[in-house]
Design a protein around this ligand. Sequence first.
Ligand SMILES: [Zn+2]
Length: 97
Amino acid sequence: MGGRKRKKVIKRMRKTIPKIFACPNCGEKTLSIVINREEGKAVIKCGRCNIIEGDILVSYVEEPVDAYGKFVDRYYGVGKPVKTNEESGKPSELENK
Ligand SMILES: [Zn+2]
């Protein structure tokens, strides 16, 4: 019974550590990205130019770098928008009454 190893659980605060990226707006490395796992969104803030984006959707497997990629895409207007306009894009059939 001797020599039994006890597993020590090391708490890693990985998900709460903000990551710092280069800001596409001001070019400084002052862009912090915090992922809110409960909401499945990333909050992106620049401490220099105060650009803020709190509506980047991230899945469980995605990390701040993925959110950063989406943010940059959105900033430059390339790629697909995260949100679809399906709800607001109602057909104009009403006009043909
Ligand atoms: Zn900035």
